[in-house]
Ligand binder design. Structure first.
Ligand code: OTD
Ligand code: ZN
Ligand code: ZN
Length: 346
């Protein structure tokens, strides 16, 4: 196969940032994606419907002329989030989901939730009105090894929460382990998972072999090869519970190339080319559309995009920039360590 036409993709987990960085990266998403769920971990975070409304307006203002792109807004859950505000946000059509960051789990998550009991009133309201909870599924307990944090979260936080509130719809975001895949597969309704592009491509060796490679460092951290293989199997299976959330998370290079580099991998610009490569490798190009364009909207109760895009396999490898320039500094682009041939032709 050298040509593939699919519905226009959506990205169900994206960091766009704000200000100059927003202006520098949004074009890469708007070029290929019709919609994206926008993460609220700004400084300060997007906590109220009012914050989300203002942030959405800044995103719309940054979209390059001629592009069409719809940001789907989320709220950053805190122990003080008001159930009425969340309900009003959903009712107005502004809010697509609420995001749970265990405090300290990832970039700008210190204002997140320490004790989930304190967020129960809002979670109960969300269950009642059918508003999904997007979850960064890692415990932050210092005693738990960083490679085990997702598995321990499922057992000690997510599963008890779902038993307590079976009506709550939960998206387990950026699943990185076989444990996560198995848990989603074994659960009934009301649980789905997003998978990033980079976790389908790298295992933890990418970060550590031959030197410390900060541009492969993200959270949740990439795991062993057996986990990557489980993610690939799930993503390419066509199972409706799995869909794309790139978690593309730009940081200016100096903030990653230093003694305490921050977490995040920037993939917006070459995600579709990387995914087509992965699905071709797995003999599953016919299921790429389910992963990028059908399963996500179905889960969030939205119609799939009507517009189509065509991917073309070029004989010569594509050339993507090594870095993009943003007004907030250079951002290194994810290098999948293989040549890319699939081009989004439009
Ligand atoms: N992971 N970096 C960021 C967020 C994600 O956990 C995440 O969703 C970020 O920079 O905002 C990262 O590595
Ligand atoms: Zn996260
Ligand atoms: Zn993220």
């Amino acid at each position: 196969m050298t040509e593939l036409t699919i519905r226009r993709p959506d990205d169900w987990h994206l960091h766009l940032r704000d200000g100059a960085m927003l202006a520098g990266v949004i074009g890469d998403t708007a070029r290929h994606f019709a919609r994206a769920i926008i993460m609220p971990n700004l400084v300060p975070p997007v906590v109220t419907t009012e914050d989300a409304k203002a942030y959405r307006a800044r995103i719309l203002a940054a979209i390059p002329a001629g592009d069409r792109f719809e940001p789907l807004m989320t709220l950053y859950l805190t122990e003080h989030t008001e159930p009425d505000d969340v309900e009003a946000g959903k009712a107005s059509g502004l809010i697509t989901a609420v995001k749970l960051y265990p405090a300290g789990a990832t970039t700008n998550s210190h204002g997140g939730v320490r004790n989930l009991d304190n967020a129960m009133p809002v979670l109960e309201r969300m269950a009642k009105i059918g508003l999904p909870l997007c979850v960064h599924g890692e415990v932050t307990t210092p005693e738990v090894d960083i490679f085990d944090r997702e598995a321990v979260f499922i057992e000690t936080v997510l599963d008890p929460l779902r038993k307590r509130l079976p009506e709550l719809k939960v998206t387990m975001e950026h699943v990185t382990t076989k444990d996560g895949i198995d848990y989603i597969r074994s659960s009934g309704r009301n649980l789905a998972g997003s998978i990033t592009t980079h976790h389908l491509i790298i295992n933890r060796n990418a970060i550590l072999v031959g030197g410390i490679r900060p541009h492969y460092y993200c959270l949740p951290v990439a795991k062993r090869e057996e986990h990557r293989l489980a993610l690939r199997e799930a993503a390419t299976s066509g199972d409706r519970r799995f869909f794309l959330g790139t978690d593309s998370a730009p940081h200016a290079d100096p903030l990653k190339e230093c003694a305490c580099g921050c977490a995040g991998i920037y993939t917006s610009i070459n995600t579709m080319s990387c995914l087509a490569h992965v699905f071709e490798d797995e003999g599953a190009l016919d299921r790429l559309e389910a992963f990028t364009s059908l399963n996500g909207p179905a889960w969030y109760g939205l119609a799939p995009n009507e517009e189509r895009v065509t991917l073309v396999r070029r004989d010569d490898p594509l050339s993507f920039p090594h870095k993009i320039d943003t007004g907030a500094g250079p951002v290194t682009v994810f290098d999948p360590m293989f040549k890319l041939h699939w081009d989004v032709a439009g």
